[in-house]
Ligand binder design. Structure first.
Ligand SMILES: *Cc1c(COP(=O)(O)O)cnc(C)c1O
Length: 438
């Protein structure tokens, strides 16, 4: 019986100066010679170098804020192992997420159960495994915790009005005091405060500053009640798209200043964060195939997408859509027009943009990626590449209508191989890193 199998991370190491476009084209070429059954199937490239670079940037800009990676943004086992090796903790929302990270060898005290409304069996699981840190935002949850997991260390999740977040989670500021009083009277341990500003593309630093400022009196109130509150959790929402390094720096600077003012070291408060997309969004590249094409030339009376202008639309049917890759809200918020991938250099013809529509593959009429965008003219069989696809993609896809979920392949710049070798052997299971061709 082989109990001590050594899992291996197979990844392609690339040399400095190689572009992701070249890597994607290389993979397509390898699959085409000899032609493989999966030639046209979609795939996601994850660049581990990007995650390491993000972590370095965080350490440089916010050295005093420990991070707990939001697992929901991308529970890919290689990302999780990498972040564990880099010394990061984990923000989990369910029993399965907790189990996933415990199985990698994460210590229970490096996990936050950051779902304020927990299923009771999940809470029981947390108690059995020694996961104590968790959020709450209602009286009902306090009673549940008292019954099921009385040793929990609770973090009050607050939804400040100015955050303009949906009312789903977080107590209102007016509920803060009654909740703290109740927790105190029940003999529960409240250790801190958390907020989440939301996953918007570019969050203004001012929002973070204001939330930090409004958290301060909550600590005062709690301490007056005799609660030992010493943890501020500033949540996620840090920008993770390509080319947002500057936006992150500005945000980090504002956060640092606000913390210096409201939570200086003398306050005795430790600050943590739960970034998800920050670590993973720009690390993912999705490559899809143009399955079919139609040029729609509407009549004036037609109820087609372009009926208002009556001019033709170049419509393409990709093998990725809202069901097997994007999710509905992703399409609205984050997506940029994909890049056409062809082995030869782009010619004159290719530079000419045409009014286009990109459909997903399923028969669902709402399975559309862009109903209006400008694209070079493409042909059936062409490949396109979407950027910023490293989070909230593979964690929520389905095989609706039988279309494949994108395969995953990992790449890393050759120069970080020593770091990878080191971090991948830091977990419970020794993991070796080996190079591979696609
Ligand atoms: C989703 C979520 C995060 C991560 O958000 P990002 O915007 O991906 O950084 C962090 N904290 C909580 C409570 C969340 O729900």
């Amino acid at each position: 019986m082989e109990l001590l199998a050594t899992p291996t991370v197979r990844l392609s190491l690339y040399d400095k100066g190689t572009t992701i476009r070249e890597i994607a084209l290389e993979r397509i070429k390898v699959k085409a010679e000899p032609e493989r059954e999966d030639l046209e199937d979609p795939f996601i490239i994850y660049d581990l170098g990007d995650v390491v670079a993000k972590d370095n940037q965080w350490r440089e800009m916010l050295p005093n804020i420990d991070t707990f990676f939001a697992v929901k943004s991308n529970p890919d086992p290689v990302f999780l192992r990498l972040l564990l090796g880099l010394g990061r903790g984990f923000d989990c929302s369910s029993k399965n997420e907790i189990k996933m990270v415990l199985d990698l060898g994460v210590s229970p005290d490096r996990i936050i159960f950051a779902h304020p409304c927990k299923q009771e069996s999940h809470l029981r699981f947390a108690r059995e495994k020694g996961v104590r840190l968790m959020t709450f935002d209602t009286e009902e949850e306090l009673h549940k915790v008292k019954r099921v997991h009385p040793d929990a260390k609770l973090i009050l999740r607050v939804r400040f009005d100015f955050l303009k977040m949906p009312i789903k989670f977080g107590c209102r500021e007016s509920q803060v005091r009654p909740l703290l009083e109740l927790a105190k009277n029940m003999g529960l341990s409240v250790t801190g405060v958390s907020f989440y500003v939301g996953s918007v593309n570019t969050i203004s630093p001012q929002v973070f500053v204001q939330a930090i400022q409004h958290s301060r009196p909550i600590f005062k109130a709690g301490r007056e009640l005799g609660l030992e509150m010493d943890l501020l959790d500033i949540g996620g929402g840090f920008p993770g798209n390509l080319h947002t390094e500057e936006a992150f720096e500005k945000l980090a600077e504002a956060v640092r200043e606000a913390l210096e003012e409201h939570f200086p070291p003398s306050s005795g408060v430790t600050v943590i964060a739960e970034p998800g997309s920050f670590y993973t969004r720009s690390a993912g590249y999705l490559v899809a195939n143009v399955m079919a094409k139609r040029i729609d030339r509407p009549n004036k009376q037609d109820e087609t997408i372009n009926s208002t202008t009556g001019s033709p639309v170049w419509m393409y049917y990709l093998n990725v859509g809202v069901h097997n890759a994007f999710g509905l809200d992703y399409v609205d918020c984050f997506l940029k027009r994909p890049e056409l991938l062809r082995q030869e250099e782009p010619g004159e013809q290719q530079l000419q943009l045409k009014p286009s529509c990109l459909w997903g593959p399923t028969c669902h009429p709402k399975d559309v990626i862009f109903d209006k965008c400008m694209m070079p003219e493409m042909e059936s069989g062409d490949f396109v590449m979407f950027h910023d696809m490293g989070c909230y993609v593979k964690s929520r896809v389905s095989e609706f209508n039988g279309f494949e979920i994108p395969q995953t392949c990992y790449i890393a710049p050759r120069e970080i191989r020593p770091i990878l070798k080191q971090v991948f052997s830091a977990g419970k299971n020794d993991v070796s890193v080996c190079g591979c061709r696609f």
